[in-house]
Ligand binder design. Sequence first.
Ligand code: AP5
Ligand code: MG
Length: 225
Amino acid sequence: MASIGRVVVLLGAPGAGKGTQAQVLSGRLGLAHVATGDLFRAAVRDETPLGLTAKGFMDRGELVPDAVTIEMLLERLAKPDAAAGILLDGFPRNTAQAEVLDTALEEKGGRVDVAPYIEVPEADLVARLGGRWICRAAGHPYHELTKKPIKPGICDVDGSELYQRDDDKPATVQARLRQQLGALATVVDYYRGRGVLRAVDGRGEIDRVTADLLDAIVPATSSKA
Ligand code: AP5
Ligand code: MG
């Protein structure tokens, strides 16, 4: 049976900065960045059966059904790079997903070591999502005011084109927040109950939030590093 290293679950509302922070943290900590939203967007782009199923839910700002999401996540965890440890971004989104994750990790002799929760007020989330651009190749996030690319319209990391996500239209942003914040609260409670939740103020500069996240993650995982 394959084993697994450190497991970090990055929690936060839509637009809280999970993708922004995961990009930096996964590199610093040597963890595979596993983002279910990115996996779904790749499937939509490639017009796979999974993508065709997911698209309607994503466009309505709803969660994709658990059966589909969980199967996709478990397939991703079986890939070789996950063995060194994973940084989850966007999974779990409800307690059923959290329970499946616990069982899957247990089978590999692992567990969720820490669940940092990036807290951002709702008004800031709307502003962040409205001004966001991401890259075609890997979903690296930018913002037209707070994180501009060096060259307009081009990703600093991989040179691919930047575009605005369909679900960042104002009506869909409102739907995502309305439909998903309740489920997020149940996941926060789930990890608080297991003693691994670490709340981090997500309102500061991106680098400041990264430093606070590292302060939360490193002590909780250092014995496994
Ligand atoms: P997903 O892609 O996971 O979207 P999300 O959770 O809504 O989160 P976002 O990616 O929108 O925000 P983020 O927290 O990554 O913020 P970012 O770093 O980009 O999911 C999309 C959809 O897929 C879901 O709606 C659902 O349909 C489906 N799905 C995915 N996972 C699922 C699951 N497990 N179960 C069921 N369905 C699932 O930052 C946002 C912006 O803010 C950027 O412009 C950034 O530059 C800026 N920013 C970041 N940090 C700061 C800062 N400190 N100060 C100022 N600006 C900042
Ligand atoms: Mg994201």
